[in-house]
Design a protein around this ligand. Structure first.
Ligand code: COA
Length: 340
């Protein structure tokens, strides 16, 4: 790669890890006052995967990252930045999960850090990787989205426990001079006015660990579900329309629209607003639930492994999460197609 020519960021590879244990709607019927029918109708979710008790966010991130590095045709030594999007780190808040992942992958003396943008984390990560690469500071950035969401879910609260799952996804973003491989655009934004829509009240400086925190269950995620739903549809639709318009690409030219996987009704509403055909829209929420920052890379991995996503094809990513945060990205898949 020449450094005298313009340098672009390119999406070189994808990997993911799905934990073995399955929590089905039928299992949840035995735990809280709910039904498979209600969950399916309101969310589209049939099952989600949960990490084992001794399986941590970093372990899942490492498994996804190993695949991504190998599929990029690289080794750990080639990675010069490790970033991990997570709101369920191994530790609140030191050391970062990115540092633990780096150590487990044998990546040493390389910048590594976590960032919290909830479900928007992975696409936020792409914007960070793009900036580092296009400024010439880094060449191969490992972007990980990993969550053990089950560690902050109250399994007696039917309004949240039906939604979330665990998992990880990772991508290698590399420098290239080939404009055809380059990210077209990434947009990331936030509005803290809606911070109370999705909150984990503890632990933090507002609510340090105490008996009161445990008695009141403040360590669990709290959500204003209905309000979040409405804002998600509105924001996702607006965001994606803007990025398409700005880049003069009509929605029918997008082969792979990969929205955040929180609720099938949200995905359907956004897809319909964009006049997308069913085959353009990627859906994995029925089998993984909402895996927060891991949701989009797990979905990309699914279509890559199944042979649906091929080299050079355009992806439109669109996500929304606690903060509130949102982000979209328009980019070709610059890696090799899966060998089948
Ligand atoms: N099983 C059965 N009934 C349930 C239930 C469950 N798991 N969870 C809630 N209900 C009940 C409520 O108690 C309420 O009962 P009521 O009318 O007697 O008060 C009724 O169902 C409707 O609740 P509501 O919260 O208005 O339902 P909804 O249609 O908004 O669906 C969500 C709830 C959580 C599925 C939906 O709001 C949602 O998906 N929100 C967005 C979540 C999200 O995307 N979060 C992450 C963003 S990244």
């Amino acid at each position: 790669m020449s450094t005298t020519q313009p340098v672009y960021a390119s999406f070189k590879s994808i990997g993911a890890y799905v934990p073995e244990k399955i929590l089905s709607n039928e299992d949840l019927e035995k735990m809280v006052d709910t039904s498979d029918e209600w969950i399916t109708k309101r969310t589209g979710i049939k099952e989600r995967h949960l990490a084992a008790d001794d399986e941590y966010t970093s372990d899942m991130g490492v498994k996804a990252a190993k695949l991504a590095i190998e599929r990029a045709g690289l080794t750990s030594e080639d990675i010069d930045l490790v970033i991990c999007a997570t709101v369920t780190p191994d530790y609140f808040n030191m050391p970062s999960t990115a540092c633990i992942i780096s150590e487990k992958l044998g990546i040493r003396n390389v910048q590594a850090f976590d960032f919290a943008a909830a479900c928007s984390g992975f696409v936020y990560g792409l914007s960070v990787a793009k900036a580092f690469i296009e400024s010439g500071m880094k060449k191969n950035v490992l972007v990980i989205g990993a969550e053990k969401f089950s560690s902050i879910v109250d399994y007696t609260d039917r309004s949240t426990c039906i939604l979330f799952g665990d998992g990880a996804g990772a991508a290698v973003i590399s420098a290239t001079n080939n404009k055809k491989e380059a990210f077209i655009d990434v947009h990331a934004s936030a509005d803290g006015a809606y911070a109370d829509f999705l909150v984990t009240p503890a632990p933090g400086t507002v609510n340090p660990v105490s008996q009161k925190v445990l008695d009141e269950g403040l360590q669990y995620v709290q959500m204003k579900g209905n309000e979040t739903f409405k804002l998600a549809v509105k924001t996702l639709t607006k965001d994606v329309k803007e990025i398409l318009k700005k880049n003069d690409i009509p929605s029918e030219e997008i082969p792979h629209f990969i929205p955040h996987q929180a609720n099938y009704r949200i995905i359907k509403a956004v897809g319909d607003a964009l006049k997308m055909q069913e085959e353009q829209v990627v859906v994995t929420v029925h089998k993984y639930g909402n895996t927060s920052a891991a949701s989009i890379p797990m979905a990309i991995n699914d279509i890559w492994e199944s042979g649906r996503l091929k080299q050079g094809e355009l992806m439109l990513l669109d996500t929304f999460g606690g903060g509130l945060t949102w982000a979209s990205a328009l980019l070709p898949f610059a890696g090799e197609s899966a060998q089948r």
